[in-house]
Design a binder for this molecule. Sequence first.
Ligand code: ADP
Ligand code: MG
Length: 387
Amino acid sequence: MGTQEAVQQVRGGFEKLYGTPPEGIWAAPGRVNLIGEYTDFNEGFVMPLALPHTAVAAVSRRDDGVLRLHSADIEGPVVELHVDALAPLTNTSWAAYPAGVVWVLREAGHAVTGADIHLASTVPTGAGLSSSAALEVVTALALNDLYELGLTGPELARVAQRAENDFVGVPCGIMDQTASACCTEGNALHLDCRDLSIRQVPFDLPAQGLQLLVVDSRVKHALGDGAYAERREGCEEGARQLGVPFLRDLAYEDLDAALARLSDERLRRYVRHVVSDDHRVEEVIALLDAGDIRGIGPVLTAGHASLRDDLRISCPELDLAVATANQAGALGARMTGGGFGGSAVVLVEAADADTVTKAVEEAFAAAGYTAPRVFPAVPSEGARRVG
Ligand code: ADP
Ligand code: MG
């Protein structure tokens, strides 16, 4: 479904639910991370791009403190809350994402006095493509415009991240929300997770006859539940042993010497992954700045090996997707996101996209896995007003 179609749908849905037309309509995309994994909480680099898949929200202000929320994608009635009664970690439904944004804005002193919201999203949920960030950012942008809060894209991203961290209770980094809020068409976004500075890096795939395929493995292994916290703790312990505030502070050139000083093999693997992935982000930026998109293929594949062998957050489905895509002629591929399922990205010549897609689908079928969902990720526009 295109954005215009989604705009018409949420406009109609809003009127039907609430009896009046919305004051406006906003969109915010999901994202996929090109390179730089588990680097964000080490104050390193990431490089996401926005997907064409978006959350679209029709929104009006209210002045009576009432917050009404509805999703076209969820069975059930309108969720009615009161802005004064919002409390962190109390709501476990989807409504916590938009409600959390209202809570964060009010905690920051912004006079958000209520809203009617009806939304719909084309971002697949739970595929590691950040459907949750899309929901938060679209809400934050709509309220920012309607209540004339004057917040910038990066500031809206912080609001959205706080909503997810503090209100929903998910300890995510700043990447997803920044990508959704700040990406631009035809570019990947270089985000420095230390000072939160951003730079648009040219990534015009169509102009060079290329495609970036997203392979949604359709699996999420339970193993991932405690793994994020364990990797994070390991990275912090590694930094402590090496006497640096964050792994970001280790130079790639000094990596081997640093590894020799660590107490055990597990920490060595985690540190090697983080420092080398930060370095891969820099390699990718240099290649893209030079216009050599094809050149990033081997860097992506090296990133996958690091996630599989050093950080150990891949899974058989993602390993199969990456190996099969590369055997079938892809320029490079890696798993992306938190791991243990979710999605992989595959860089291919546009002319080879069908062959590679078919090869991955056949390999999944032969292995008895659920059929993957494969689609091209065109670097798209970030959050914006659309109606
Ligand atoms: P991801 O962000 O990787 O897709 P999360 O578990 O962080 O996965 O977020 C998914 C959750 O976001 C869903 O379980 C639901 O609560 C909420 N969500 C996403 N899209 C929608 C939608 N269209 N309508 C309502 N809730 C949604
Ligand atoms: Mg999420």
